[in-house]
Ligand binder design. Structure first.
Ligand code: FE2
Ligand code: FE2
Length: 377
């Protein structure tokens, strides 16, 4: 086995993981015509083997998905009044103040009063939900691609239910942003780079790895975090339904790749490891929320060192990887090719999650029964 040794520079465009200058130099661009085009080049595969249930676990997931559909228009309490500023103020009060945990002495935030802090909270929420929305559209496109490119009928069936799930997720996040929040953000440059890489890759299993394992694994953790923190009952319910779907989506990724990776040699697995590492770094970079600081009139370079050194910052970042790491382990990706990914995840500070629960079976525990389905029972 000979594998070319790729450096951080080759994979993520910089040598040091925490090189702020380099991270912040990647900025978004406005798409004047409101569109972003990514060229994809891949094989659409027909299969003539229609035997349903040849892959029993995928078949079971497909049957579950059919019964777990919900309706974004009618199953959520859209008449809930959402007072964003009040919610931000309440959340801050519950934590004992606005800037708890990070040292703002000597930064432009030193002079901030309540109003600025509340505005930051509001913008941060607009940004976060906007990124969820764009990520969901990425999932919609990736899953449609999987329907065409995966060679197994059970996987095509399942993926088609996920296309519907993702359409619903795009729909409800867009509606929540439009009707309840106070502004949109364009897609974050790091997230867009990652989505572009996933979509442009011609190999069907890379779509799964990038989307189902990495992006959706992170989304599941991030939605769970927001679900536990938000005092807004509408958002809580929305996230609860979305998470129930996402748990199935991640399981779909784990179950499919587990089988496929058995056919791959060490060099091929190493390419998957590098792709997983790249995705992890892009997602970590996007959580710097650089566009929010720009909108607040603060140069991100002046404030991010203080934000990054806050005591619970690393913990928050690490929790976002609490689904990804055990799933990579289950796929054999941590230890393949001399444990390359284990070393990289250790550098990223997330390896502690390797023995957390993986998501191949977790979807049953996370299932939610929406009102439309309850009426049918
Ligand atoms: Fe989704
Ligand atoms: Fe999903």
């Amino acid at each position: 086995m000979t594998t070319e040794m790729s450096s951080n520079e080759d994979i993520i465009g910089r040598q040091e993981l925490d090189d702020l200058e380099s991270i912040l130099s990647v900025v978004g661009t406005d798409d004047a015509d409101g569109r972003h085009v990514v060229h994809s080049n891949y094989d659409s595969i027909f299969t003539w083997d229609y035997e349903k249930g040849a892959r029993p676990k995928l078949n079971k997931l497909y049957e579950k998905a059919k019964n777990a559909q919900w309706n974004g228009e009618t199953d959520l309490p859209w008449d809930t009044d959402v007072d964003q500023e009040k919610l931000v103020a309440e959340a801050a009060a519950a934590q004992g103040g606005h800037a708890v945990g990070f040292d703002i002495v000597g930064t432009p935030l030193e002079k901030w009063g309540d109003n600025e802090w509340i505005e930051l909270g509001v913008e941060s929420q607009n940004w976060t939900l906007s990124q969820f929305l764009h990520g969901e559209q990425g999932a919609l496109i990736c899953t449609a691609k999987i329907v065409e490119s995966v060679p197994w009928i059970d996987a095509k069936y399942y993926a088609s239910t996920q296309v519907m799930d993702e359409a619903r997720h795009v729909e409800v996040f867009a509606k929540y942003l439009d009707e309840k929040l106070s502004g949109h953000y364009p897609v974050n440059a790091h997230l867009r780079m990652l989505l572009d890489d996933i979509i442009a890759d011609s190999r069907w299993d890379m779509t799964y790895l990038g989307m189902q394992i990495m992006i959706e694994g992170l989304a599941l953790a991030a939605f769970g975090f927001m679900h536990s923190m938000t005092p807004d009952p509408l958002l809580k319910q929305l996230l609860r339904y979305v998470m129930a779907d996402e748990a199935r989506h991640v399981a779909f990724g784990v179950l499919s790749l587990q089988e496929y990776y058995q056919e791959l040699n060490a060099a091929e697995l190493r390419e998957r490891q590098e792709f997983a590492f790249e995705a992890a770094v892009r997602m970590r970079d996007r959580f710097l929320q650089q566009e929010v600081w720009d909108r607040m009139g603060i140069n991100p370079k002046e404030i991010l060192p203080a934000v990054l050194s806050a005591p619970d910052r690393n913990q928050f970042q690490a929790v976002l990887f609490s689904k990804i790491v055990p799933n990579c382990r289950k796929l054999g990706l941590l230890d393949a090719a001399d444990g390359w990914l284990r070393t990289k995840f250790t550098e990223l500070g997330v390896i502690e999650f390797e023995s957390a629960v993986d998501t191949s079976e977790e979807y049953d525990a996370m299932a939610a029964v929406p009102p439309t389905q309850r009426e049918l029972v």
